[in-house]
Design a protein around this ligand. Structure first.
Ligand SMILES: [Zn+2]
Length: 484
């Protein structure tokens, strides 16, 4: 742009030097062309800037508070635009003023009660009667609320979070915090007045509504793809909090134990778990189950589903691990690293070739201790059968004897152990190498499930699995043949 500007200036200067105002001059013509080019460049840069800001907001996570408030600040700045187009009421809106107006009327319409012909009139009447009875109870027959003390007010002010975007009145929590004694005195009087008269001034309830895009993949131009978040007045927030701390215990006693949202010490995710379990149970028992969702569109957006899945998976994997830890037969299997959806390295490294799969099968039986050896036969026969190795007759045949010790299998074993040692020597330190091979238990662990050793890279695990899968299968083959 600078270059175009300079060139344009040059031609302007040359044109002036000619001393005439001849618009057919070559310099004048050049200047016109360059000015046009300059404006086009400007527009391109502006659009790229807008596009990149747009992309940033779209990819913003719902929980990213800091960026969210930056976005809100940007949005409040009239010069910047976050949405360049909206579709509403079959109209396409694309100027900033019109977009703001559209949001206003969209939210106004959402907040205005409508008469739906499908609505259950009897139920509607009951609700209306409830509302009027409650309004009556709370306005006429209720004792006034106790006045608040300045100490309480200061305490609550200090508990408010810093760094939030200002509301429509441009007041932030920091203003209250640094307002000094005069401000806390005045606020105490106002809130006490509000409590004793059961009136909350409208200005306390005013807020700045900010549409935040829910998720990529939803139509950007549909107002329904945005979640409305309201930045409320800090004095209003203070009043609410003062009221809430007094009623906290009452509320948790009265509300349903199943309410998990907006409840201290609870998270909405737990409600998701309860719901999922309920659904599973109803399905298994063939019971009918009716779930009513007041906002199904939001409740079932993919984020929610993902959260439910991850929680359910977390529950089962934790249960699985805790049960596995109680089984001594699984002592050589690395289940602590297990994750939902990821495959254990025994299976992950063998590919899909039938011969390879067969070897992985023997390997996994050994890892899970379900491969039957002489000591298992003895155990199952309540010691009627001897546990002594049928091949060499030296000692009990358990996993350690079969894989590392049995002299009848030495010939098969040696070449595999040799290549395992050669490989390991290259990838670990001498100290680790010695530790792995000087202890039979460590060597056995390396052969059965090496993924437990985190110093081995993925590639190393792959290679070790290859060698040991072959070793275990060959041992199995030769043992079977000898016993036949
Ligand atoms: Zn033996």
């Amino acid at each position: 742009m600078t270059e175009i500007l300079n060139r344009s200036k040059y031609h302007y200067w040359m044109w002036r030097q000619e001393g005439t105002s001849d618009k057919l001059s070559i310099h004048y013509q050049q200047m016109r062309v360059l000015k046009k080019k300059l404006r086009s460049e400007q527009r391109k840069i502006e659009s790229a800037k807008r596009q990149s800001k747009f992309t940033d907001i779209m990819s913003l996570s719902d929980r990213n508070d800091k960026n969210f408030y930056t976005l809100i600040n940007n949005q409040r700045n009239l010069r910047s635009s976050v949405t360049s187009i909206l579709k509403y009421d079959n109209k396409i809106i694309n100027t900033e003023e019109e977009i703001l107006d559209t949001w206003a009327s969209y939210y106004e319409k959402l907040a205005t009660p409508v008469d739906n012909p499908d609505f259950d009139d009897t139920y509607k009447l009951i609700v209306e009667q409830d509302i009027s009875a409650l309004t009556d109870t709370y306005t006429n027959n209720r004792d006034t609320l106790a006045p608040v003390s300045e100490k309480e007010v200061v305490q609550i002010i200090n508990s408010l979070k810093n760094g939030k975007a200002p509301d429509a009145s441009r007041v932030t929590c920091e203003h209250l915090k640094f307002g000094g004694k005069t401000l806390s005195y005045v606020l105490t009087s106002i809130i006490t007045f509000s409590f004793s008269n059961h009136i909350i001034p409208t200005v306390f309830k005013n807020g700045l509504a900010c549409p935040v895009f829910k998720k990529k993949g939803k139509p950007k131009e549909d107002p329904g793809s945005y979640r409305k978040i309201t930045i409320t007045n800090p004095v209003g927030k203070l009043t609410e909090k003062l009221h809430l701390v007094r009623n906290k215990d009452n509320i948790s006693n009265i509300q349903s134990p199943l309410q998990k949202g907006f409840t201290q010490g609870e998270i909405p995710l737990v409600a998701a778990l309860i719901l999922t379990e309920l659904h599973t149970e109803a399905k298994e028992n063939g019971n009918p189950l009716i779930i009513a969702l007041t906002d199904a569109k939001s409740a079932f957006d993919s984020k929610w589903k993902k959260l439910v899945n991850s929680l359910v998976n977390y529950y089962w994997i934790t249960k699985l691990k805790s049960e596995a830890s109680e089984k001594s037969s699984l002592n050589l299997l690395n289940y602590t690293d297990a994750e939902f959806g990821s495959i254990h390295s025994i299976w992950n490294t063998c590919g899909s070739e039938p011969y390879s799969t067969l070897r992985a099968c023997i390997k996994s039986k050994l890892a899970c201790n379900t491969y039957t050896l002489q000591c298992d036969k003895s155990k199952f026969s309540k010691r009627q059968i001897s546990a002594i190795c049928p091949l060499c007759g030296i000692e009990d045949e358990n996993r350690l004897h079969f894989i590392l010790r049995c002299s009848s299998l030495d010939n098969v074993r040696n070449s595999f152990i040799q290549s395992l040692k050669t490989f390991i020597k290259d990838v670990v330190t001498t100290k680790l190498y010695d530790e792995l091979f000087s202890s039979e238990i460590n060597t056995l662990q390396l052969i059965i499930d090496c993924s437990v050793f985190h110093f081995l890279s993925r590639g190393d695990v792959f290679k070790v699995e290859c060698i040991t899968r072959g070793l275990c299968f060959k041992l199995h083959q030769v043992r079977s043949n000898l016993l036949r």
